[in-house]
Design a protein around this ligand. Structure first.
Ligand SMILES: Nc1ncnc2c1ncn2[C@@H]1O[C@H](COP(=O)(O)OP(=O)(O)OP(=O)(O)O)[C@@H](O)[C@H]1O
Ligand SMILES: [Mg+2]
Length: 162
């Protein structure tokens, strides 16, 4: 089963809030795959997800470290594949351990290794429309991610009606 949802974010705060809503509704084992150009808002969204997961710290775009683990309501595994050049590096990164772990996995630049992930995941693409506007297109595969997106849909409509 696949469902899709598209949201227009008008500010980094709105993207952050979307992340909070996602983080509040994620379950252990969820996999969120983020795509979008430099500055599209992947880390901004991840910071919201962390807040929604009750992580005390604020994730940053990692420079050399490509995987960081945070502790919240559930563990948050924040990966950034921008600098991954070879699929073999994903093994060194411990990708499979994260994916099969008890936490929520969030991957920036996931399209650098699209085949490294299970079929069941939530793809989130952020696309810049102008300086402050982003099109956020989400595609959920598998019951758990479809449910996650559904939890967002009811909230998204209240956001739009604000
Ligand atoms: N609607 C919006 N959503 C998200 N970020 C926005 C929005 N409008 C403006 N911004 C700005 O765009 C930038 C997004 O940066 P961010 O680090 O989140 O992007 P990124 O996709 O993680 O980039 P990178 O690929 O370099 O890691 C921030 O400076 C943020 O303030
Ligand atoms: Mg980033």
């Amino acid at each position: 089963m696949t469902t899709e949802l598209e949201i227009i974010s008008h500010s980094s705060d709105e993207t952050h809030t979307l992340g909070v809503q996602l983080g509040q509704n994620t379950k252990a084992g969820d996999v969120l795959l983020l795509t979008g150009e430099l500055g599209a808002g992947k880390t901004t969204l991840t910071q919201g997800i962390a807040q929604g997961l009750e992580v005390a710290e604020r994730p940053r775009s990692p420079t050399f470290v490509m995987a960081t683990e945070y502790h919240g309501r559930l563990p948050l595994y924040h990966l950034d594949l921008y600098r991954v050049d070879h699929v073999a590096e994903l093994g060194e990164l411990g990708l499979d351990e994260y994916l099969s772990g008890e936490g929520v996995t969030v991957v920036e630049w996931a399209d650098r290794a699209p085949h490294a992930f299970p079929a069941d995941c939530l793809w989130i693409s952020l696309e810049s429309i102008d300086e402050d506007t982003r099109r956020v297109s989400m595609t959920a595969d598998g019951d758990r991610h479809v449910a996650l997106l559904a939890s967002l849909k009811s909230r998204a409509s209240t956001m739009e009606n604000r």
